[in-house]
Design a protein around this ligand. Structure first.
Ligand code: DAH
Length: 338
């Protein structure tokens, strides 16, 4: 039996040596080590051996088996390497690869992040509120009378429940003052909704950024300084900013802000960039009623608020002529902002 084992081992090793592909090698494994393979069959002869011979032959069988398995593995690796090399033939792996385009943030996101970054440096923190709002938070608490056109069903999306899609982020002023005691200094970027016809400058869903600062001695000068700083940081150090008297129900006095900007390929012009003003005492009085305290009593605090359209700012910043580009997800457009 010893000679038989030695013979099987040497036959196996030479068969493995001469195998020229993976399939032949696999066949060789089955021939020698398979269930009905030669070494397996030979092992069956163990049972006829004497007690003394058994361990010796057993040892030989094990050695033969591991020698064959080692050889199979080594040869397998060699064949695989050859295969790999063959499949690379004619391929110049030193050529530069296809460039990867890792993508970039949406221009609106870039603009929003930038605006948040500038205002955070001035001490503002982020606040938020729901997009599905009550009439109270969107209009009443903001001193907007029942007959005000903004409340019209033609302009505002109402739900059957009487709730609505907020038409501006000014709602977050109310939400913030309901929940936090003064002083507050918050900004709230977010989506707003109005029943506007879609055109180059209007979408029924758009984005605003609201600001609110309430403390015991906030003045118009603070408002001007803050917003001038903001627009210079956003559009360049020498950007001129002007405040024009205006009307908003929730601020008194109220202003519209224009910045003198040069759109691509055009002469510089005054462009309206935000609404703002000093929080109307009527708003503070309403807040006191809801809170049931007088921390926001208009004799104790003053404040300013502002609101700006983020889509509009993005369009100005990059000279985007059609707001619809911001929601079409066209990679040819979006990849220009990397
Ligand atoms: N909510 C106004 C709008 O949507 C913008 C605005 C104006 C916000 C004046 C303010 C403000 O906070 O003080 O047109």
């Amino acid at each position: 039996m010893k000679e038989e084992i030695a013979q099987i081992q040497s036959d196996a090793l030479s068969a493995i040596e001469s195998a020229s592909d993976g399939q032949t090698l696999d066949q060789t494994r089955i021939t020698f080590l398979g269930k009905k393979g030669r070494l397996t069959t030979a092992s069956a002869g163990m049972k006829d051996l004497s007690k003394e011979e058994k361990p010796v032959v057993g040892q030989l069988l094990n050695t033969a088996r591991s020698a064959i398995m080692d050889a199979l593995e080594t040869k397998g690796r060699i064949l695989q390497d050859e295969d790999d090399r063959a499949s690379l033939e004619g391929l110049d792996i030193t050529l530069p690869g296809q460039p990867l385009h890792p993508g970039n943030l949406h221009p609106l996101t870039q603009l929003k992040d930038r605006a948040i970054g500038i205002l955070r440096r001035l001490g503002f923190t982020l606040a938020e509120g729901p997009e599905i709002e009550t009439e109270f938070h969107c209009f009443d608490a903001l001193n907007t009378p029942p007959e005000h056109p903004a409340r019209n069903e033609k302009d505002t999306f109402y739900f059957d429940s009487g709730k609505l899609l907020r038409t501006h982020t000014s709602t977050v002023q109310i939400r913030t003052m309901e929940a936090q005691s003064p002083p507050v200094r918050v900004i709230a970027p977010g989506s707003c909704y109005r029943r506007d016809e879609v055109d180059k400058t209007h979408l029924p869903a758009f984005n605003q950024l609201e600001g609110l600062y309430v403390d015991n001695d906030v003045q118009v000068g603070d408002l001007k300084g803050t917003l001038e700083f903001f627009y210079r940081a956003m559009f360049g150090e020498d950007t001129e900013v002007r405040f024009r008297p205006h009307f908003f129900p929730f601020t008194e006095p109220s202003f519209e802000i224009d910045a003198r900007l040069q759109l691509k390929g055009q002469d510089p012009e005054w462009i309206e960039v935000a609404g703002c003003g000093m929080v109307d005492p009527a708003v503070f009085e309403e807040i006191c009623k809801v809170r049931g305290d007088d921390l926001y009593h208009p004799d104790k605090v003053t404040g300013y608020a502002f609101g700006m359209g983020l889509d509009r700012l993005a369009m100005i910043k990059w000279g985007i002529k059609d707001i619809r580009l911001l929601i079409e997800n066209d990679a040819r457009f979006l990849s220009q902002f990397s």
